[in-house]
Design a protein. Structure first.
Length: 329
């Protein structure tokens, strides 16, 4: 929360005052964790808001955005709309739901993944940085997901072609799957990668974050979620991802078959400007690809450090943990 609202957020913006170096250490303000102070064991707030805040939110909910704009003298209705949405959501859906799903939200690469609760901090050596004194073990949240200034949207993913040779391409990071360690990208069911994954579901991602100078090589198994996938939660994720796309991205799924020959001399632009499909129902060519990570090789060029993370999971068990090994770069 504080990351979003307070000083910690400001500190993470490089190339501005205060100096860039501050973003390398977690500022103590960005580590204060409200979940340690809710007065209940699971650290939730739910609907338990202070009376004055509740009153304020009722007041905001009772107005429409133009009324809020004029009441507070906001420069435009966008801010007022967000105030109103947040108030309504807090009151009707509770604090945790709103934190995860309330609108507006940043685009996925600019959103933070929720870190495990940490109620005890310690200073990092003599620096002004702090870290959690009792880390709950390495987790995927250590991927720099959601850094608002560097948020790298693209990664390269390699699969194996049926003839055993590698295939590699760039895709767009979409989101984490329901706040798990799995993340998603989208693709066309007709693309080569889909048939490659059917034969061999294993893939390796190379993801370079130029501003923080981190490389993540991610070993994973891929799951292709199509219109015929039975799992309800995955079907919901596919539908939500489709709805969040812009029209031009949705239209691509109605383009002619990828990689089929095309006549250069023929004006076929109409084939690539179809009517935008409905945002409510994904077309059959639209797939959500789930990246189920089992190993991460993190190389930090800042200081030349490297860590290997491996998922430890017993056969048939759903729970797992991560081991972390510090290795030579
Ligand atoms: C910046 C960029 C982003 C891309 N994002 C995606 C994407 O999210 N999903 C996708 O299927 N292809 C994406 N592509 C196209 C792929 O790189 C690739 O050309 C295409 O998917 C066909 O790959 P395949 O034949 O190996 O399946 C992107 C390309 C670029 C340059």
């Amino acid at each position: 929360m504080i990351n979003h609202l307070g000083w910690g957020y400001v500190m993470k913006i490089p190339f501005q005052n205060p100096p860039k170096t501050w973003m390398h250490d977690q500022h103590i303000l960005s580590l204060f964790d409200y979940r340690c102070h809710t007065g209940n064991r699971n650290g939730t707030i739910g609907f338990d808001f202070p009376p004055a805040m509740r009153q304020c939110m009722h007041h905001l909910s009772s107005m429409d955005p133009p009324q809020i704009t004029s009441f507070y003298g906001f420069p435009n209705d966008r801010l007022a709309e967000a105030f109103r949405n947040r108030s309504v959501d807090f009151l009707t859906k509770g604090f945790e739901w709103t934190l995860l799903h309330g609108q507006p939200t940043n685009a996925p690469p600019h959103r933070y993944k929720i870190a495990p609760r940490c109620c005890s901090l310690e200073r990092i050596g003599n620096s002004r940085g702090y870290k959690c004194a009792k880390p709950e073990g390495p987790k995927m949240h250590q991927l720099p997901y959601g850094n608002p200034s560097t948020g790298a949207n693209y990664f390269q993913i390699g699969t194996v072609r049926p003839n055993g040779r590698p295939a590699n391409r760039t895709v767009v990071f979409r989101d984490w799957l329901n706040n798990t360690d799995q993340f998603t990208f989208i693709t066309d069911i007709r693309s080569n990668k889909v048939s490659e994954v059917k034969e061999n579901p294993y893939a390796e991602i190379a993801w370079w974050f130029p501003q923080t100078r981190d490389q993540f090589r991610i070993s994973a198994k891929l799951f292709i979620i199509t219109s015929t996938t039975k799992d309800e939660a995955l079907q919901v994720a596919r539908q939500q991802t489709w709805s969040r796309l812009k029209d031009p991205a949705r239209q691509q799924f109605l383009w002619p078959h990828p990689a089929e020959p095309r006549q250069e001399a023929v004006d076929d632009s109409n084939l690539f400007e179809p009517e935008p499909p409905s945002p409510d129902t994904p077309v059959d060519t639209f797939c959500l690809v789930v990246v189920d990570v089992d190993q991460v090789d993190h190389l930090s060029l800042k200081g030349n450090k490297r860590w290997l993370y491996t998922r430890q999971q017993a056969e048939g068990e759903s729970s797992y943990s991560w081991t972390k090994q510090y290795v030579n770069p």
